[in-house]
Design a protein around this ligand. Structure first.
Ligand SMILES: Nc1ncnc2c1ncn2[C@@H]1O[C@H](COP(=O)(O)OP(=O)(O)O)[C@@H](O)[C@H]1O
Ligand SMILES: [Mg+2]
Length: 255
């Protein structure tokens, strides 16, 4: 099946979110197709996390439509959410629980069968088994981020929303995390919306990129397309760092 004919797993249409008179998300539309990894990029405050929070249903959009698995989330939320998961380096985990207890709690919440085996397997994959009996509050930021990524895989999601998931991991763990996600994405055809400020991560993982600035989509395409359009027309190497800087500064250049 060609990419173009694949089914959208996530569809965001004309999404608007305001905080009082400030428009954080201003008429954003994009989709993520089955098995696709979308890099969702933009400067601090661009509206990425607000968009993800609207998709998760944590905050109510002011306008627009969000569909997952071809169903409107406003009507089918609990059914849809069984196939979705989320991870952020900022995610507040249960500090007073040990890693294993926290993951077991989430397994109960997600109604995961064979919870013990599932937890063991995922901890092994993220090389986090050694933290199993440690309190979450005693882990470093990077170690917590690893556990948060483990948590997001417990229910075998078909759609993963990852908001700077590896922000505090060391480069070796980032590399392992990226490989793990790529493997899972291939084996289970999961779709991923992935935000990061690490352009290397995005170049490794993303099939296409949506770049937002001031709540609006400023550019979209494959990493190589965007590099050719916004940096070097005849290159064969994606360079999203240069694209990011160019697009982030393009508004200032008019001043
Ligand atoms: N709850 C809130 N109340 C008021 N303003 C908010 C709130 N959440 C986010 N914002 C503002 O919306 C804008 C977008 O924020 P956010 O989506 O977190 O950006 P990003 O994730 O791209 O860095 C920022 O200017 C931020 O200050
Ligand atoms: Mg954010």
């Amino acid at each position: 099946m060609s990419k173009a004919s694949k089914i959208p797993v996530l569809e965001v249409k004309n999404l608007v979110k305001k905080f009082k008179d400030f428009t954080a998300v201003d008429d954003i539309s994009f989709d993520v197709k089955e098995g696709e990894i979308l890099g969702f990029l933009g400067p601090n405050g661009a509206g990425k996390s607000t968009t993800i929070n609207c998709i998760l249903g944590v905050i109510e959009p002011d306008d627009g439509k969000i569909k997952m698995f071809a169903k409107d989330i406003s009507q089918n939320r609990s059914e849809i959410m069984k196939k979705v998961n989320y991870c952020s380096a900022e995610y507040n985990v249960a500090w007073n629980l040990k890693v294993y207890e926290a993951l077991f709690f989430y397994c109960c919440l997600y109604e995961v069968e064979n919870a013990n085996a599932r937890i063991e397997r995922i901890l092994d994959q993220m090389e986090a088994n050694e933290f199993k009996n440690k309190f979450l509050r005693d882990l470093s930021f990077g170690q917590r981020a690893r556990i948060s990524l483990c948590k997001s895989l417990l229910n075998d999601p078909k759609l993963l929303l990852l908001d700077e998931p590896m922000a505090s991991m060391d480069p070796d763990m980032v590399d392992k995390g990226i490989r793990l996600l790529k493997r899972i994405q291939k084996e289970n055809k999961i779709s991923i919306l992935y935000t990061s400020h690490n352009m290397w991560e995005i170049e490794q993982i993303a099939d296409k990129v949506v770049f937002v600035n001031n709540g609006k989509i400023a550019a979209q395409g494959t990493p190589l397309d965007l590099t050719r359009r916004h940096f070097l027309a005849d290159t064969d190497e994606p360079n999203l760092r240069e694209v990011f800087i160019k697009l982030s500064r393009s508004e200032d250049e008019h001043i």
